[in-house]
Structure formats: structure tokens, C-alpha cells
Design a protein around this ligand. Structure first.
Ligand code: AMP
Length: 302
């Protein structure tokens, strides 16, 4: 089944302690769409400026990503620059230029309006709600969010949470949103705001899945070297949602499996800058890493 992915599409400059790279493809929807494309057909909703390089459109096409919902507006593409500290879990934003993203009003082409599975990547929560307004009978909507929107658009975000099936954010964002330091309590509090599922990502420490009284803790794949953590969260969310669309299920066990799939694909993404690793990745590599996840986290009876 197809997955609709809405979010930012941008050009990033990324600095890590080891290397600086400029003019990279970035944005929540770019990572999520490519990650999801390993599992299901993707319908992309976003905006770019006239300067958006053709090579990225070609790449999306080669990944089978439908770009009918990708608008090109006069002006420049969204731009973000970030710098990672020695501890790659910590980063600071050096610059943001919203450019065409500032005036973006998502509009779904008629062919997208019956999509059953929807991933709302990072985008203002009012715009995420606008996407929800336009899908007719969705079976599953997951929203990602980030510190910037929790700080600047909290009422819109709270309204959005009532309209989605799942919410996904990192540990710092869950603490910021709920005001609760303990992540188990924070996960339960997120459920209290409306969604049936809450996923809290903990970077190199894995992720937590909450639903009702049920709980699942997934490890992260242990990597010796991380080159660029940018987009790991978006990749995780894209693969998770793409997997659910591919199996056509939204029950707790499917979500458990989807969290492992998301972790596996995200672990590849950080092995290179931008989407470079995702572009050489094969489905067999993902399947092998999912099996490795099972091995590293299996606990035999004593
Ligand atoms: P992540 O590392 O998962 O937080 O995602 C990083 C990506 O988010 C980068 O490629 C940025 O282009 C994009 N990004 C940064 N700030 C924003 C924002 N305010 N809204 C949407 N996307 C953003």
C-alpha cells in the first residue's frame, strides 16, 4: 500500500568534528521518503525552490517516489545548517532559512487523498493538520515533531496529537513536550494527549514504544563509527511507516516489528553524510541487519 510522506525538503550544510559538507540534500521528507521506499510506494508532499537540483528529483524518481505532490515555487529551497559536537548526540543549529517553506500550504493532489498510511514529517503542526484535513479515510497517521515546533507552536501540536494514531519524537523532545523527565512517564503522558501509539527515540540508546499498558524497548544497532547523525530520526520514521504500509497492519506487534525495521534503516543512514548510504542500500542489507537485531537482543531462558 502507498505511504504519503509530507515534510520539509531542504539543502543542508553539516559540520561534524571530523568533516564539513555543504549543499547536501536534507529535510525530514527527503530522508523519510527514501527510507520508506524500500518497503512501499511513496507519495511525496513538500515544496522546493527553483534552485532545487534536478539530480535530486531524478533520484526520487529512481526510488519510485511519486512527486506529483512536490511543488516548485519561485525562490530558494529551505536551508538548514547544523554542527555536531564531539558527542554526536548533541548538535546546534547554525542557520535556518525557511525560504519557500515559509509560505508553504500543503495541497494533496486528488490521487493522494485516498492514501491509507500517512507520515507527517517535520513541518509546522498547523500544516501537518492541513494534510490530515485532506486525506479521506486514513487507516494510520503518524506525526513526527521536533524541539522547534514544541517551543513555537505548542497549541497547534496539541490539537494535532488528538488527530493522529501515532506520535514519534526523540527523548529530549518528549521531555520538553510533557515536562516529565522520566521517559516511561513521558511516553504514557504522550498517549494521554490522544495518539494510540507513542514512540520515543533515544539515539544510540534505541527507542521505546508505548500503547495502552503495553511497552516495548528496542535497542539501537551498535556502530563503531557514526559519520553524520542528521536525518536518523526521519529515516527511522520513514522506514517504520513504510513497513506498516507494506504489511497493511497497525496492531501492537506490527508496530514492534516496525520499530526494529526503523532502527535498522536509521543505523545505515548515519554511516555516511546526507542520504548517501540510503542510496547504495539494498533490501537484503536491511533484512540482514533486522536479523542481527534479533540476535543481539535475544534473551534465552535461564
Ligand atoms: P533530524 O536529524 O532527524 O532532526 O533531521 C534533520 C533534518 O531536518 C535536516 O535535514 C533539516 O533540513 C531538517 N530540518 C531542520 N530544521 C527543520 C524545521 N524547523 N522544520 C523542518 N525540517 C527541519
Amino acid at each position: 500500500m502507498p505511504l504519503l510522506v509530507a515534510g520539509s525538503i531542504g539543502i543542508d550544510d553539516v559540520k561534524t568534528p571530523a568533516e564539513s559538507r555543504k549543499g547536501l540534500l536534507g529535510g525530514s521528507a527527503s530522508y523519510a521518503a527514501v527510507a520508506a521506499s524500500f518497503f512501499s510506494p511513496v507519495r511525496l508532499v513538500g515544496v522546493v525552490g527553483e534552485d532545487f537540483p534536478d539530480k535530486y528529483r531524478v533520484m526520487f524518481r529512481e526510488k519510485g517516489i511519486d512527486q506529483e505532490g512536490l511543488k516548485t515555487e519561485k525562490g530558494k529551497t529551505f536551508y538548514w545548517a547544523g554542527e555536531y559536537f564531539q558527542d554526536l548526540n548533541q548538535r546546534r543549529t547554525l542557520a535556518v532559512e525557511l525560504n519557500v517553506f515559509e509560505r508553504f500550504q500543503p495541497e494533496l493532489p486528488p490521487a493522494y487523498q485516498d492514501t491509507d498510511y500517512v507520515l507527517l514529517g517535520n513541518l509546522g503542526p498547523a500544516l501537518q493538520s492541513r494534510v490530515v484535513d485532506q486525506v479521506k479515510r486514513p487507516r494510520f497517521i503518524m506525526a513526527d515533531t521536533m524541539d522547534f515546533y514544541i517551543g513555537s507552536a505548542r497549541p497547534d501540536l496539541m490539537a494535532l496529537l488528538k488527530r493522529v494514531d501515532a506520535v514519534c519524537m526523540n527523548d529530549g523532545e518528549a521531555r520538553q513536550l510533557t515536562g516529565e523527565n522520566n521517559l516511561i512517564k513521558a511516553g504514557k503522558m504522550l498517549l494521554g494527549h490522544g495518539p494510540k501509539f507513542a514512540v520515543i527515540k533515544k539515539g544510540e540508546h534505541g527507542s521505546l514504544l508505548f500503547s495502552g499498558d503495553r511497552f516495548f524497548s528496542a535497542p539501537a544497532y551498535p556502530l563503531e563509527e557514526v559519520f553524520d547523525p542528521t536525518g536518523a530520526g526521519d529515516t527511522f520514521a520513514g522506514a517504520l511507516a513504510g513497513y506498516l504500509a507494506s504489511v497493511g497492519r497497525t496492531d501492537f506487534d506490527a508496530l514492534r516489528q516496525a520499530v526494529i525495521v526503523g532502527s535498522a534503516v536509521a543505523s545505515f543512514n548515519v554511516e555516511a553524510f546526507s542520504l548517501e548510504r540510503l542510496l547504495t542500500l539494498k533490501r537484503v542489507d536491511i533484512d540482514a541487519r533486522c536479523r542481527a537485531f534479533r540476535d543481539i537482543s535475544r534473551i534465552d531462558e535461564a
